[in-house]
Design a protein around this ligand. Structure first.
Ligand SMILES: NC(=O)c1ccc[n+]([C@@H]2O[C@H](COP(=O)([O-])OP(=O)(O)OC[C@H]3O[C@@H](n4cnc5c(N)ncnc54)[C@H](OP(=O)(O)O)[C@@H]3O)[C@@H](O)[C@H]2O)c1
Length: 324
């Protein structure tokens, strides 16, 4: 049985999920060291208490990682390498993500870490899985291949202000009264509110029975992207018509989404490719181990809109820049 952990290395704290997880870890009394590539992207959450340290480093550098992991019990892995504005080199993330995961596993073993919690993606290998979703599975497998007990949480779209899936949804529905979409808008998924995601991650750190396990995490509804768009429109009081057109491929639509939204091509293209894959939970074992109130998509969208209305600079993640 794995021990309870208190000293945590948090990666991805300048990102959408990590920026929200840090205050929760602080509230729950974890001593948190944050690994960041650049300190200027950190937001106000670090001002909240003495239980936080910042360590400058990069997952692509093994020595940085060894120093960052020294004296830690556990680590939360919230890193991916997608990004950039290039539509030609958007697949480069795959190789970087493999290297980052291999470095992390090596350094975690050297440092004698007890546990890792990794947040990856849903979707089944062999099922014509998109390169992005396959890469997320591969990272989980690499992290679990070492001696450190790694919990893999798998999620579909995570809904919250500043996150790429919500910002894509928001810009499309706000800007387009009539939407011609590819057939993937009717693929079932099990999206989850970002608040529930951070509750699951913190819950796993506090629950030794989750050590080394694979768990699917989803919200209370199985829902399509079309339904999400219509919920968003209803919440905002917008009349929207959504049609699906068989000739539109995910690849073509990602060019179009890239034009209509401020989310960078390097994120849009891998995410849109993945929308053709059914992303529903294989089971809900996590609900017994980490019980919590699941937030509906309507509530998650209302919550995200309330945060958006606070204005740029008020969100806990750097992706608030999507709002500018
Ligand atoms: N968002 C979703 O809907 C969703 C859904 C399912 C699963 N997930 C998973 O959740 C995790 C977090 O996603 P997110 O949406 O929070 O991502 P995000 O907002 O894009 O943040 C990614 C983070 O990774 C950091 N990073 C990238 N490369 C790094 C490197 N070489 N060394 C150190 N840090 C590096 C970034 O730091 P910089 O600020 O320096 O760039 C940033 O903090 C990922 O594993 C993702 O696959 C997300």
């Amino acid at each position: 049985m794995a021990e309870v952990v208190r000293k945590v290395l948090l990666t991805g704290v300048t990102g959408f999920v990590g920026g929200r997880l840090l205050p929760m870890l602080q509230d729950q009394g974890f001593h948190t060291r944050c690994l960041v590539r650049s300190t200027h992207r950190l937001r106000g959450s670090l001002e909240r208490g003495p239980q936080v340290e910042v360590h400058k480093g990069d997952l692509l550098d093994r020595e940085d990682l060894l120093r960052a992991l020294e004296g830690r019990d556990a680590a939360v892995y919230l890193v991916h390498s997608m990004g950039g504005r290039s539509v030609l080199h958007y697949m480069d993330y795959i190789e970087r993500d493999i290297r980052a995961a291999e470095n992390f596993m090596w350094a975690a073993e050297q440092a004698g870490l007890k546990r890792i919690v990794y947040l990856g993606g849903l979707g089944e290998m062999g099922d014509n899985l998109s390169p992005h979703l396959a890469s997320r599975q591969q990272v989980g497998e690499i992290l679990q291949s070492g001696s450190v007990r790694t919990t893999v949480l798998r999620a579909a779209n995570i809904i919250g202000a500043g996150g790429a899936p919500f910002e894509m949804l928001r810009y499309l529905v706000e800007r387009l009264p009539v939407m011609l979409c590819p057939r993937w808008i009717d693929t079932p998924g099990e999206p989850i509110a970002v608040q529930n995601v951070i509750e699951y991650i913190a819950g796993c750190l506090g629950e030794p029975a989750t050590a080394g396990g694979n768990f699917d995490i989803g919200g209370p509804e199985i829902i399509t992207y079309r339904q999400l768009m219509l919920i968003y429109a209803r919440v905002r009081g917008l009349k929207r018509l959504v049609f699906s057109v068989p000739v539109l491929t995910p690849y073509l639509s990602s060019f179009w989404i890239n034009l209509m939204t401020p989310v960078p091509a390097g994120v849009v293209m891998p995410l849109v490719e993945g929308l053709k894959n059914k992303v529903v939970c294989r089971d809900h074992r996590i609900r017994d181990l980490v019980p919590l109130r699941l937030i509906s998509m309507q509530e998650a969208i209302c919550e995200a809109l309330a945060e958006v209305s606070l204005g740029p600079g008020k969100l806990p993640s750097r992706q608030a820049c999507f709002l500018d």
